[in-house]
Design a protein around this ligand. Structure first.
Ligand SMILES: Cc1cc2nc3c(=O)[nH]c(=O)nc-3n(C[C@H](O)[C@H](O)[C@H](O)COP(=O)(O)OP(=O)(O)OC[C@H]3O[C@@H](n4cnc5c(N)ncnc54)[C@H](O)[C@@H]3O)c2cc1C
Length: 813
């Protein structure tokens, strides 16, 4: 019998799919037993019941792999623990490669998998055939074999998780639909159902394709949209058996596995169809959409090619199931910014079975400990602003996202759909000047500018891409002359109030109680002493700061700083990102250029490094900050949006004889890598400390700050990992990030970012070098290093200081 609906609970979880079940399982496992799961229909009746049940461990990043690895460990032991069979079979998985590029991608995958603790093997066509005898292998170059992957019966996993949660006190109520989520003073306080209200300290939205709608009701951005995902199951086929490995042929957009003595064939077509229904019907339970054989015609033809036995097969089942997709193919986890204690776990992009075990674990830890326990930035809810929740945008974007699973994972790949959402006032001018744009946090940012007859369209490859020469020219112009960068997408805030200094001093590792007009680079840390963000803080008045951080950090910083203002403190953070453009004037001739249009003494004594002043730029007025992320003399001009075009035109007109030119974000990346400047999301994350990142110089130990104790402990205990800059000795190859690093032939880490350093004459990258005993200067510098690129090892020189530094004096003078 269903338990009666309680009037209050510590946690209410909305949704009884695999995600909600996993959160309930883990919360109760960690001791939070007053948990209620509300399911509008029947458990697992949403998307979970019809999933294909593939559970792979390897993902695109270390943290996502950690999540999936946990799922595999959990699912393989869940039956023993709960007594409920989950159908777990460790059948292993195969990814085959038809094209040379795909093989390169698989070789890159194998190299990095080892570092993430996932066993992989490269197989030739003959060994591949041995693993999957029904496969056509005469046109493949090889495959990757992952022996620990497996499959489950998704509905049964959800049932086992729920059983585990129930056994520890959770209540699971089916047939209860949440109509509304209520808040009291910025905190979630209850849910309203058709059967009554339940007061709750915490609410978790784990409502699959219904999650966006629930979010809209309480002002929370959950950008996801249902997309049709198709697979078929055959009638019995000779030679098919249940223990066949899970197979994937990304070149043909296919996955396949044994299903009893039949086969399952599924597709991630390069473009799929959104399920254009609004709202999603609340009685859509244990239901499917109509079979779409037309859309499945190409995958079926491909399937018949890859598995010839399919040519004469009959089909017992066509599954057309809606699944929620997000704008970037990563799921959404975390506490909603602006609504305390409202957590979200949704938007699984067709890998929800493989991810839910680990994701539920880390979400439960996050709720109980009040902060992330591992780096979850790539799936963090705060990466999406309200711009991402537009319905028309989502409908345009998500069909491309489904296909992404099997598209080539090209370096620098950009989405083709749903573009142009956020544009700087300079956008059209830069487009006319040949800009090739990339999108970050919805902003269109110039990545590079077309030159020498090259079209501003990226031709993807793992080697040098078509923009190499244009990038080189921009890079050199910044080192030798002067370049203009549109950095409007930076996050910007005003922080003011009587207690503004007190709050910032508590949150920042560096001292920000500085004279007016000073700019300070600082990290924000959690109580583990790891990064929550890094930013530049400019004091503009005794109780007012202008704060600048990276493009993707807008909501994250807003949330972190705001939630750390204590109730009695008087201080407010306002996001002014959309009010100001940022125009970077960078290079040794930047002083000459700016001097022609500014009415200010720009000499080093009158305008020193790391200071800011309000200046005139021709007829416009800007806040000029003397700072650099490219390692050259330069100023960032923070200009009200309405005057950005004027400032740009003024600078361009004044700088013609100084060879001024546009430069893009690819140049920023290579320039900053040569100078050893770290980037949030690459070198800096909630898994990294400033000591490991080599940023100890930006800490003021003489004052208390959040994370100080943990950092002191780390300092005393010694480091086990350390960020290093590498330059390849061979000037030819490219580095993009995610390449393995070898020290004396042993794997010790992987690159966090990479680019071609035109000033150092070779590819340059950063990465953490790890050693279980200890890592110090001697350990780093005494090693012989190589970086692995698609299976080949290339000698590299390790640097603890910037590999390019002849102009240090020039930046500071
Ligand atoms: C065809 C297909 C094949 C797939 N194959 C795989 C695979 O092989 N491997 C893999 O990892 N993933 C796969 N997936 C993806 C996987 O099925 C999903 O990611 C996963 O099931 C999502 O789980 P969920 O709990 O988030 O959502 P759901 O299972 O949809 O659960 C959400 C629940 O919330 C309930 N709910 C919604 N609103 C309310 C409300 N207001 N009040 C109360 N309850 C509410 C719903 O009724 C529903 O039961 C596949 C998906 C499809 C479509």
């Amino acid at each position: 019998m269903a338990p009666p609906l309680p009037s209050a609970a510590k946690v209410v979880i909305i949704g009884g799919g695999i995600a909600g079940a996993s959160v309930a399982y883990h919360l109760t496992k960690f001791g939070w037993n007053d948990v209620v799961v509300l399911e509008q229909n029947q458990l697992a009746g949403g998307t979970t019941w019809h999933a294909a049940g593939l559970v792979g461990r390897l993902r695109t990043s270390n943290s996502l792999t950690k999540i999936n690895k946990y799922s595999v460990e959990l699912y393989s032991s869940l039956e023993k623990e709960t007594g409920h069979p989950t159908g777990w079979k460790q059948v292993g998985s195969l990814i085959v490669a038809k094209s040379r590029d795909r093989m390169t991608q698989l070789q890159r995958t194998v190299a990095i998998a080892e570092l993430m603790g996932v066993e992989t093997h490269l197989l030739g066509p003959v060994e591949t055939k041995q693993k999957w005898p029904l496969l056509r292998t005469n046109d493949i170059l090889g495959a990757v074999w992952l022996p620990h992957d497996g499959k489950v019966i998704p509905q049964e996993v959800a049932a086992a998780l729920t059983k585990g949660a129930r056994s520890r006190g959770a209540k699971v109520c089916e047939g209860v639909r949440v109509l509304d989520i209520e808040q009291c003073q910025g905190r979630v306080c209850s849910v309203v159902t058709a059967q009554g209200r339940i007061q709750a300290e915490y609410v978790v939205i784990a409502a699959g394709i219904w999650a966006r709608e629930l979010g809209l009701r309480c002002g929370v951005t959950i950008p996801l949209y249902p997309v049709e995902h198709h697979y078929v199951v055959t009638e019995p086929i000779p030679g098919a058996f249940d223990e066949l490995p899970v197979g994937r042929d990304p070149d043909l957009c296919l996955y396949f596995r044994g299903e009893g003595n039949a086969l399952m064939l599924g597709a991630f077509q390069s473009f799929s169809k959104p399920w254009a229904v609004e709202p999603v019907p609340d009685d859509f339970s244990f239901k499917l959409l109509e079979p779409d054989w037309e859309k499945f015609a190409q995958p079926l033809a491909n399937g018949k090619h890859r598995i010839p036995a399919l040519a004469t097969a009959k089909f017992a089942k066509f599954v057309n199931g809606p699944e929620s997709f997000t704008p970037d193919n990563n799921f959404i986890i975390g506490e909603a910014p602006g609504l305390q204690n409202l957590f979200v776990l949704a938007g699984f992009n067709s890998v929800g079975i493989a991810s839910a075990g680990g994701a539920g674990n880390y979400l439960a830890q996050w709720m109980i400990q009040g902060q992330q326990t591992v780096d979850l930035w790539s799936v963090d809810i705060r990466r999406f602003g309200p711009w991402a929740n537009n319905r028309t945008f989502l409908r345009e974007r998500v069909p491309e996202v489904l296909g992404l699973h099997y598209q080539m994972a090209w370096p620098n790949r950009e989405f083709e759909t749903g573009r142009g959402l956020r544009r700087s006032p300079l956008h059209d001018r830069l487009a006319a000047a040949g800009a090739c744009f990339g999108a970050r946090n919805g902003w269109e940012r110039p990545n590079w500018f077309a030159c020498d007859g090259i079209k501003p369209i990226v031709e993807y490859s793992f080697g040098r891409q078509n923009w190499f020469a244009c990038h080189a020219a921009e890079h050199r112009a910044t080192r030798e002359d002067v370049a203009i960068f549109d950095q409007t997408a930076f996050s910007k805030y005003v922080f003011k109030g009587r207690d503004a200094v007190t709050v910032l001093q508590r949150l920042c590792g560096n001292n920000v109680d500085v004279p007016l007009g000073r700019a300070v680079y600082t990290g924000l840390f959690n109580n583990r002493g790891a990064f929550e963000s890094d930013l530049t803080v400019i004091r503009v008045a005794p109780a007012e700061f202008y704060i600048v951080s990276g493009t993707s950090q807008t909501l994250r910083d807003l949330d972190w700083i705001t939630r750390n203002i204590q109730p009695a403190e008087h201080a407010e953070l306002v996001d002014v990102t959309n009010a100001y453009s940022v125009i970077g004037v960078m290079g040794p001739k930047s002083r000459s250029l700016l001097g022609r249009v500014a009415d200010t003494d720009l000499s080093n004594s009158a305008f020193p490094f790391l200071t800011a002043q309000i200046i005139s730029v021709g007829m416009a007025t800007a806040r000029a900050v003397r700072i650099t992320y490219v390692g050259e003399l330069g100023w960032e001009l923070h200009v009200p949006m309405d005057q950005a075009a004027l400032v740009y035109e003024t600078l361009m007109a004044a700088g013609q004889d100084l060879s001024v030119r546009n430069a893009g974000h690819y140049a920023i990346n290579s320039l900053r890598l040569e100078k050893g400047y770290r980037a949030w999301g690459a070198e800096l994350s909630p898994d990294d400390s400033p000591l490991e990142a080599g940023l100890g110089f930006a800490i003021d130990w003489s004052k208390p700050f959040l994370g100080r104790e943990a950092l002191r402990k780390q300092q005393q205990g010694g480091l086990r990992r350390c960020l290093v800059v590498f330059v390849l000795e061979d000037p030819e190859p490219m580095l993009w990030g995610s390449e393995p690093i070898y020290r004396n032939s042993e794997p010790v880490g992987y690159t966090t970012s990479g680019a071609y350093g035109h000033s150092v004459g070779g590819a340059v990258a950063m990465g953490y070098v790890t050693n279980a005993q200890a890592v110090d200067r001697d350990f780093i510098l005494s090693g012989r290093y190589e970086i692995g690129i698609a299976g080949r090892h290339y000698p590299a020189k390790a640097w603890l200081r910037p590999p390019y530094d002849p102009h240090r004096k020039r930046i500071l003078a």
